[in-house]
Ligand binder design. Structure first.
Ligand SMILES: C[S@@+](CC[C@H](N)C(=O)[O-])C[C@H]1O[C@@H](n2cnc3c(N)ncnc32)[C@H](O)[C@@H]1O
Length: 255
């Protein structure tokens, strides 16, 4: 694909094997192409590694974080389960939104909680709303431990951000999806792997081995979940694309 921006003629031309289409530079189509390219180049440049929340590094695009906070505020979950802790910024982020709501706990799971990360998370004021479990997210004892922390009637939201291989995400969905309550959702992160496959800083098999096929197969077997765009209670743009790392990632439980 060849993308040509002409700021004098104010055009955006997209050339593929199928031919060339030329759009007004200010059109929806041009903005979509540039957003898509921004996400791809940002992946290569590690743009999402430059942010933190209340002092802890968080590996997310700020736009995704804005969508996540609005979702948490809408669902008002009692429990957020997240696989993949890393530095703990996402746990602290969710915990701080729950703290503002005035209820709720975050359960974080990671196969390797580094001692300096554990110490910093444990020292954080938001630790009062966080529980960490060390182990593989799909190990039977981890799954049992998480299940043991959920009480009857809890509203549960699930975020998958650990190993993003197709099989691992499929196994995580199998292990935890039934805990997610109607009206709540699963956020399967990093479907962007499919979009950026073939670029620098990617794996050879990412075109197929990524979370999206796992999500699609899960949806076929679980019709009480449906894909929706991230929740936008305020949106005067309508056509603005989601500049996101989590395409095909928001699965809402309808019943
Ligand atoms: C992308 S990072 C998580 C980022 C974090 N959620 C954030 O937003 O800042 C992925 C984490 O998943 C963990 N991980 C990898 N395989 C795992 C597994 N099988 N079970 C649990 N955690 C795993 C890694 O140790 C790593 O800390």
């Amino acid at each position: 694909m060849r993308l040509t921006l002409d700021t004098e003629a104010r055009t955006c031309s997209i050339e593929t094997d199928a031919g060339i289409t030329t759009h007004d530079l200010h059109s929806e189509q041009a903005f979509e192409q540039l957003s898509d390219m921004w996400v791809r180049l940002g992946w290569v440049r590690k743009y999402s590694y430059g942010f933190s929340w209340l002092g802890r590094p968080i590996i997310q695009l700020p736009e995704d974080m804005i969508r996540i906070q609005e979702t948490i505020f809408r669902i008002q979950p009692d429990v957020i389960i997240e696989t993949g802790i890393a530095h703990g910024g996402s746990l602290v982020f969710y915990a701080s939104i729950l703290d503002m709501i005035g209820k709720g706990q975050v359960i974080g799971i990671d196969i390797d909680i580094r001692p300096h990360n554990r110490a910093a998370i444990e020292a954080h004021p938001m630790m009062k709303r966080i529980t960490m479990i060390e182990g593989s997210s799909i190990a039977a004892d981890t799954v049992a431990a998480v299940r043991g922390m959920i009480s009857a009637g809890d509203k549960v939201m699930l975020v998958l951000d650990s190993n993003h291989s197709r099989d691992h995400v499929a196994a995580e969905l199998e292990a935890y999806a039934d805990l997610v309550t109607p009206g709540s959702c699963i956020l399967s992160q990093d479907g962007v792997m499919q979009l950026v496959a073939g670029m620098p800083r990617t794996g050879d098999d990412w075109a197929e081995n990524n979370p999206i096929p796992a999500v699609e197969q899960f949806l076929q077997r679980n019709p009480h979940f449906e894909l929706r765009r991230p929740y936008r209670p305020f949106d005067e743009t309508q056509a603005t694309p989601d500049a996101t790392h989590h395409p095909v990632g928001w699965l809402w439980r309808t019943a």
